[in-house]
Design a protein around this ligand. Structure first.
Ligand code: PDD
Length: 279
């Protein structure tokens, strides 16, 4: 039986409940994090905790967690109770429960829900995935990991229905990021290019780690936006996220990348991020 953590209590699935007046439910007024774990070991926990704190601060939602030690303890217990050795931890914090009114009171306590998800099967994607592009319709604060994900889920669904893994979103002709992942190319000169950290993208934890690895391996990294024309002439492309870590991108719309083979830089980064995670 799955166990969920809801506002201070470990609850079985049927009794894990949140009010219909939760502001997350009514207004998407909340934030989340997804953290992966392997053999009960949390991956890049500090980075996720720090992003969660920043998201809360940006929306002026008070944190229901007094510190990261408490959160870690809750998660460890949850993993044991669920008997899922490796998977993902989903953490959602909303502004709280109140009669529906756009204006909110600072007094209401936030709602906290945490649960475990089993590892996703991604083996088939490791040989490379196809990506389509479409206009970025999201709001102006994509750096906040908000639970408001309508444009993301709609574009991800279109990608799925059409046989693509992901949609790369474009703003003024520049590729910002995927709906669930950050986007990268390796340009003609062998430099990695990715959209700069800004309000237009989510600063991915995996993105940060990949940049760290690239620097260590003396691979040049340019945090500068790229266009579809840059994709046309690129040597490699890849995407990163907590769920998949890094995946080679072998086709963007109808453009084949590196004759649909995994590129050398993507291989180096994949090897090194796996080494970092598996210790
Ligand atoms: N999504 N950009 C967007 C829009 C995302 O939703 C995600 C992650 C990323 C990658 O961030 P990170 O490397 O920190 O996972 C970039 C998660 C996996 C999700 O919503 O399930």
């Amino acid at each position: 039986m799955e166990t969920y953590y809801v506002n201070g209590f470990f609850k079985r699935r049927n009794s894990a409940k949140i009010s219909v007046e939760d502001r997350g439910f009514n207004f998407s007024d909340g934030v989340y994090e997804l953290i992966s774990y392997l053999d009960e070991k949390l991956i890049f926990f500090e980075k996720h905790y720090s992003r969660l704190s920043k998201s809360l601060l940006s929306l002026k939602i008070s944190s229901p967690l007094s510190n990261k030690k408490i959160l870690k303890l809750i998660i460890k217990r949850l993993i044991k109770l669920n008997k899922i050795k490796s998977g993902y931890i989903y953490i959602q914090i909303t502004r709280g429960t109140a009669k529906r009114n756009h204006v909110y009171s600072q007094q209401i306590p936030p709602n906290l829900v945490i649960f475990c998800l089993p590892l996703r099967k991604i083996e088939k994607f490791k040989r490379g995935v196809k990506v389509r592009t479409s206009e970025d319709l999201r709001w102006g604060r994509c750096d906040v990991k908000s639970i408001s994900l309508l444009p993301n889920i709609l574009e991800k669904q279109i990608a799925f229905n059409q046989g693509y893994y992901e949609t790369w979103q474009t703003k003024d002709n520049y590729i910002t990021e995927g709906t669930t992942s950050n986007a990268f190319i390796v340009d003609r000169n062998g430099s990695i290019r990715t959209y700069p950290k800004s309000k237009h993208i989510l600063g991915g934890v995996t993105r940060d780690v990949i940049i760290q690895i690239a620097k260590k391996k003396s691979i040049k990294i340019i945090e500068k936006a790229f266009t579809l024309n840059d994709v046309k002439y690129c040597k490699e492309a890849f995407l990163t996220s907590t769920t998949v870590k890094i995946l080679p991108v072998i086709k963007v719309n109808d453009m084949k990348i590196n004759t649909m083979k995994i590129g050398e830089i993507t291989k180096i980064l994949t090897y090194n991020i796996n080494k970092k995670i598996n210790g």
